[in-house]
Design a protein around this ligand. Structure first.
Ligand code: PSU
Ligand code: MN
Length: 313
């Protein structure tokens, strides 16, 4: 049964592709509005769409324009979302970050917003899109046993049947706790040609996975099995960055440890912690973490496109 699309604008291109059974890949926009510096964000937003098209798939970048969730943003709308922010916490932006709970607020206030994995996955599913790519998934923050700080991505993916390609969660989060929560929430996680859960910048987080798949066809079969059982969860495909392209693990561990110590020494807490740590890692690695970030995202967009084709059959 096709979910209702009331309240959502779906571009003609995406609507036509879905109606014809052609492959479509959903892409989030928080990575653009709050994850990358301007003008790199715009370059990445447009280049990713071109990359998807080159692989014979219709891209559907998702975000909120003037309060309306849009599935299949036009290039001018991507530019509008990317232009307002430099991604830095020091320069507050008119474009907000919208998870699922923010969508009604954005609508009532007619805000522009980048959508997180949670909001993007939910909107994509409502539009009838079955595959999505992101960079890193939100997860359980360090210290969550005291703060309860866990991304709404996890809870939303427990009730949103989509196939999501990511490179795991960033090591600034608590990866072990995130994997435990994914288990509790009944969300299947499989490694793409790996038995190890990746940690975004690095190929191996140190945590093992129970299952792996070897091909886009395997991913499509997994989604079909989920549908045949009538289960509502997303299927998470963990796609590690190539070992040769990862951030040097020793440099990564050092930069992260320094960042955590600096955050603690400077009394940085709560939602300020993630931007602080990411900024620290970027400076401590001489900008290399940003290049790896973009490489990771390209890999996930490529694999998501291949899976979208396999799913469309
Ligand atoms: N992880 C990254 N880069 C990002 C995000 C996560 O490495 O840009 C974004 C994604 O959009 C993700 C969101 O869905 O942050 C999670 O935010 P929160 O923890 O506030 O739910
Ligand atoms: Mn949070």
């Amino acid at each position: 049964m096709q979910p209702s699309t009331a309240g959502i604008r779906i571009s003609d291109e995406v609507r036509d592709a879905l109606a014809a059974g052609r492959p479509v890949l959903a892409l989030e926009s928080t990575i653009l509005t709050h994850g990358l510096p301007h003008p790199r964000n715009l370059e990445v937003g447009l280049a990713s769409e071109a990359q998807v098209r080159d692989l014979g798939v219709t891209p559907a970048t998702i975000g909120v324009i003037d309060g309306t969730p849009v599935v299949g943003l036009a290039p001018a709308e991507i530019e509008r979302l990317c232009g307002e922010s430099d991604g830095s916490p020091a320069a507050p932006t008119r474009v907000v970050k919208a998870s699922l709970r923010d969508l009604p607020i954005a609508r009532a206030k007619r805000l522009d917003a980048g959508t997180t994995v949670a909001a993007t996955a939910w909107l994509a599913h409502r539009a009838g899109i079955r595959v999505m790519s992101t960079g890193g998934l939100g997860g359980v923050h360090r210290g969550a046993s005291e703060t309860f700080d866990e991304s709404a991505d996890l809870g939303t993916l427990a009730t949103t049947p989509i196939t999501l390609v990511s490179a795991g969660v960033k090591s600034i989060l608590d990866i072990g706790a995130t994997l435990e929560r994914l288990e509790t929430l009944n969300i299947p996680v499989v490694g793409y040609r790996t038995d190890r859960y990746p940690a975004f910048y690095v190929t191996d987080s140190g945590f093992a996975l129970d299952y792996r798949i070897e091909s886009p066809a395997d991913a499509a079969a997994l989604a079909q099995a989920r549908d045949e059982l009538g289960l509502p969860q997303a299927v998470l495909v963990a796609n590690p960055v190539d070992e040769a392209l990862q951030l040097d693990p020793a440099l990564h561990d050092r930069a992260l440890a320094e960042g955590l110590a600096a955050a603690s020494a400077q009394g940085v807490t709560g939602h300020d912690t993630t931007p602080f740590l990411l900024d620290h890692v970027q400076r401590a690695t001489g900008g290399r973490s940003l290049e790896v970030n973009l490489e990771v995202y390209r890999g996930n967009v490529a694999l998501g496109s291949e899976i979208a084709r396999a799913v469309a059959g």
